[in-house]
Write a protein that binds this ligand. Structure first.
Ligand code: S3P
Length: 445
């Protein structure tokens, strides 16, 4: 099992591009594969999760050619020939790996087909709740079978054509569930409406624009008319992933005198909550929008974070802000442990059903490093100001846990060893390389 070893680094300077955005890469692969025509996806994240989406679409009849595998840059170039709405029944179970986004969004597409198909995942994904997508898709006329009360995968999706349009108030603020229902809406007769309790990432809606799909938003309601077929319009450019940039943003913000510049990162306002949180905690952050403007419907630019001599102070993260920072909460909890004063994360029960139970896992690792943490059903409070010490830690097979605690290790006393880090390939294939640039500055720090 690979491990990541981290020694403390006093001060560092980092100037890099992070790999392509995971959420946007998934949507480009799924809509590109479904569309009429050919798409060139640039900046595609060559991670296990996004390859699961691309592999699923090829199993369903799309053609995908890797023009650049993105091994050196984390940004692949893929040519996708879509099926023009005519998906083929796959020969065997579609393996979604660790990717909840692949399984939940793809289920929306498969619900509207005339065939049945099986979706499976790894041990973690096969434990995550799928009843949240099964319920609306069955209301639309598909039939899905999972296992147990939470209807976990492997799932069998018995499609139905056409589906029936529904109005669906989301019981949880989830972009995956919203996207699943909107994608199913492409195969429904009539207007499908999803009503969000709180705004969630809107990459599906923006990608709909790229693929010429008519949709509209009215307050909290997003509506799409069916049936509609996505049309390839040529190039889709995926910006850098702010959820990957988050690790270096927190590392710099919590190290007085350090500075990081992340270039070409996505600045979609449904994802930039981490900038607001770190500013509230006292970090100095400059955002430089790209003069070329939007790329494939998504704003992007550079983000510069400096660690100030005063250091970070604790904050409260709760309410409508939570969906915006949901993937950054593990590393923001680390920021809280490195700050002065208490930090609270509340209203984040969704963390319990991510790649692992991220409340339990973050609390366990923070405690192992000497932090004082109280955990609740829906979050935790962290008493900042207790110096962290290096420790042997578990990743719990969760990519964001592994990387968040590598960042904690940079600010701890002594050596930190993170076990079982193959999971990093889920979202950030160049993480170790980028970490080495920081670790190499140890002697001069
Ligand atoms: C995602 C939505 C979020 C997020 C996940 C990616 C997406 O999940 O945590 O990493 O691409 O739509 P939920 O929709 O379950 O909150």
């Amino acid at each position: 099992m690979p491990e990541i070893t981290v020694e403390p680094v006093e001060r560092f300077d980092l100037d890099l591009r992070v790999p392509g955005d995971k959420s946007i890469s998934h949507r480009a692969a799924l809509l590109g594969g479904l569309a009429q025509g050919e798409s060139l996806i640039e900046g595609f994240l060559p991670s296990e999760d996004c390859h699961a989406s691309l592999g699923a679409m090829t199993a369903l009849g799309a053609r995908a050619e890797l023009l650049d595998d993105g091994q050196a840059t984390g940004r692949a170039k893929v040519r996708v020939q879509g099926v023009g709405g005519r998906l083929q029944a796959p020969e065997k179970l579609i393996d979604c790996g660790n990717s909840g986004t692949t399984m939940r969004l793809l289920a929306g597409i498969l619900a509207g087909q005339e065939f049945s198909c099986e979706l499976g995942g790894d041990h973690s994904l096969n434990q995550r709740p799928m009843n949240r997508i099964i319920e609306p898709l069955e209301r639309m006329g598909a039939r899905l079978t999972g296992h147990g009360s939470r209807q976990t995968a492997p799932l069998t999706v018995h499609g139905c054509s056409p589906l029936q349009a529904i109005d669906y108030p989301l019981p949880v603020a989830s972009a995956q569930v919203k996207s699943c229902v909107l994608l199913a809406g492409l195969f429904a007769d009539g207007t499908t409406r999803v009503i969000e309790p709180t705004p969630t990432r809107d990459h599906t809606e923006r990608m709909f624009d790229t693929f010429g799909i008519r949709w509209h938003r009215d307050g909290a309601t997003i509506a799409v008319d069916g049936p509609q077929l996505p049309q390839a319009t040529g190039r889709v450019v995926v910006p850098g992933d702010i959820s990957s940039a988050a690790f270096w943003m927190v590392a710099a913000a919590s190290s007085p005198g350090s500075r990081v510049r992340i270039r070409g990162v996505g600045l979609n306002p449904t994802r930039t909550g981490i900038i607001d949180v770190l500013r509230r905690m006292g970090a100095e952050i400059e955002v430089i929008p790209d003069p070329a403007g939007e790329s494939g419907g998504e704003p992007l630019g550079d983000v510069v974070v400096q660690g100030t001599t005063a250091g970070l102070r604790g904050t409260v993260m709760e309410g409508a802000e939570i969906p915006n920072i949901i993937d950054e909460l593990p590393v923001l909890a680390v920021a809280g442990a490195l700050a002065h004063g208490p930090t609270a994360i509340r209203g984040a029960a969704e963390l319990r059903v991510k790649e692992t139970d991220r409340i339990a896992a973050v609390a366990a690792n923070l405690r192992a490093m000497g932090a004082a943490v109280t955990d609740y059903d829906d979050g935790m409070t962290i008493e900042g100001g207790h110096p962290l010490h290096g420790a042997r830690l578990e990743s719990f097979g969760d990519h964001r846990l592994a990387m968040s605690f590598a960042v904690a290790g940079l600010r701890a006393h002594g050596r930190t060893i993170m076990a079982d880090t193959a999971c990093v390939a889920t979202s950030y294939p160049l993480f170790q390389q980028h970490l080495n640039i920081v670790l190499d500055q140890r002697a001069t720090g």
